[in-house]
Design a binder for this molecule. Structure first.
Ligand code: NAD
Length: 344
C-alpha cells in the first residue's frame, strides 16, 4: 500500500482526502507539524509527501526528504514560492494543483472589499451591543469607481468579472497580457494613478516581491483600498502601515501577510503578539486581516483533494505528470516535460 505523509493538516483539510481515499487505495499519515528540515524525518517509511503553502521546502528539507526516500512532493495548493526548485530538481518531483476554484479566492477578495467599504465589521460589533448608531459608517458606491487588478490569470479574471457586475470600470496590469481577457491593460504606474480599489492577483516571484512599496503607494490615489489575497510579500508591510497611518490608503483587506508563516492557521489568542507591524495593522479600524482563508470553500477543498490524489496516482502509475513544475519548465532544452511528460 502506498503511504503518504501529510504536513500542516487541520481538520478541514482532511474531510475530502478521507472521503476520496478509498478510491485510490492510499494510506494517509496526517501530521499537524509544518514541513521543514527537522520534521522531514516524519515522512520516513512513506512513499510521498503532501505539503502546503507555509511548509519550508528549502534545500535542507529537500535533502532530508530525499535521504528518507521521498521522491515526490504533492503541493495541495496552487502557489509554490516556498520551494527551492533548484535543490529539488533531479531528486524530487514537485506536483501542484494549478486551479481548484478561482471563484473561492476572487469572491473572498470582493468580500474583503465590501466589508471594508461598507464597514460591516464595525456594524456587526455595534449591533451585537444594541448600538444602532450609524455614525461613521459611510462608504462609497462601487458602481462607477475604478478597480485596478494586478495579475489577470485565473483568479484575476474572475475578480474582473465580479467588479464589472458591480458596474465598476476595470483596468489591469500584467506583463503577459491575455488577449482573451476583456479588460483595459495599463502600466503599473497608470493602474496606481487611476484606481479607487487595487486587488493583487499575481504570484510571488523575484519581480513581484514588494511590488507594493513606498514608491507605488505614493503613485496611488488618496483613499485607495488595497486588497491582497495572493501572497503577503507582494506588499512591503512597513510601507503599508505608513500608508494607512498617513491616510494615503483608505483601507486594506489582507488575507495574506509577509510574515504569516509562523502565525497563520494557529491560535495565538493567549500569547503576546511579537509582530509589531501586524499587531498595529490589526488595531486599525480600516484594516481587515483574514488568515489565508480565501481558498476555504467546500468546492475548493474537494477539487484540491481530487487533483492532489490524481497527481500522485499519475506519479505512481508512471503516467505523464501534467501538473509537475520545475525551475526549468520554461527552458524546454533542460526540462524534459514537453517530450517525456516529466520534468526529469
Ligand atoms: P495564474 O497563474 O492563473 O495567474 C497569475 C497571473 O499573474 C498571470 O496572468 C501572470 O501573467 C501574472 N503575473 C506574473 N508576473 C506578474 C507581474 N510581475 N505583475 C503582474 N502580474 C504578473 O494564478 P492564479 O490561479 O490566478 O493565482 C494567483 C495567485 O493567487 C497565486 O499565485 C497565489 O499566490 C494566490 N492564491 C491565494 C490563495 C489564498 O487562499 N489566499 C489561494 C490560491 C491562490
Amino acid at each position: 500500500m502506498i503511504r503518504i505523509a501529510f504536513y500542516d493538516t487541520k481538520p478541514y483539510d482532511r474531510v475530502w482526502f478521507d472521503k476520496l481515499k478509498q478510491a485510490y487505495g492510499f494510506e494517509f499519515k496526517y501530521y499537524e507539524n509544518k514541513l521543514n528540515r527537522d520534521t522531514a524525518v516524519l515522512a520516513s517509511g512513506c512513499d510521498a509527501v503532501v505539503a502546503f503553502v507555509n511548509d519550508a521546502i528549502d534545500a535542507g528539507t529537500v535533502a532530508a526528504l530525499y535521504d528518507n526516500g521521498i521522491r515526490v512532493v504533492a503541493m495541495r495548493a496552487a502557489g509554490y514560492n516556498n520551494i527551492d526548485f533548484k535543490a529539488a530538481w533531479g531528486k524530487i518531483h514537485i506536483l501542484r494543483v494549478p486551479a481548484y476554484s478561482p471563484y473561492a479566492v476572487a469572491e473572498h477578495a470582493m468580500a474583503l472589499l465590501l466589508t471594508l467599504n461598507r464597514k460591516i465589521h464595525h456594524a456587526y460589533n455595534r449591533t451585537r451591543e444594541f448600538n444602532f448608531s450609524i455614525n461613521g459608517l459611510t462608504g462609497f458606491d462601487l458602481h462607477g469607481k475604478t478597480a485596478g487588478v494586478i495579475g489577470t490569470g485565473k483568479i484575476g479574471q474572475v475578480f474582473i468579472d465580479i467588479c464589472k457586475g458591480f458596474g465598476m470600470r476595470v483596468v489591469a496590469y500584467d506583463p503577459f497580457p491575455n488577449p482573451n481577457v476583456d479588460v483595459e491593460y495599463v502600466t503599473l504606474k497608470q493602474l496606481c494613478r487611476y484606481s479607487d480599489v487595487i486587488s493583487l492577483h499575481c504570484p510571488l516571484t523575484k519581480d513581484t516581491y514588494h511590488v507594493i512599496d513606498e514608491q507605488t503607494i505614493a503613485q496611488m490615489k488618496r483613499g485607495v483600498i488595497l486588497i491582497n489575497t495572493s501572497r503577503g510579500a507582494l506588499i512591503k508591510s512597513d510601507a503599508l502601515l505608513e500608508g494607512i497611518k498617513s491616510g494615503k490608503l483608505g483601507g486594506a483587506g489582507l488575507d495574506v501577510y509577509e510574515e504569516e508563516s509562523d502565525l497563520f492557521f494557529e491560535d495565538f489568542s493567549n500569547t503576546i503578539m511579537q509582530d509589531d507591524i501586524l499587531a498595529r495593522l490589526i488595531t486599525m479600524p480600516n484594516v481587515i486581516v483574514t488568515s489565508h482563508q480565501a481558498f476555504l470553500t467546500d468546492e475548493a477543498l474537494k477539487n484540491i483533494a481530487h487533483t492532489t490524489l490524481e497527481n500522485l496516482k499519475a506519479y505512481f502509475d508512471d503516467e505523464p505528470l501534467y501538473n509537475e513544475i520545475c525551475y526549468q519548465c520554461s527552458k524546454q532544452k533542460t526540462c524534459d516535460k514537453s517530450h517525456q511528460k516529466r520534468c526529469f
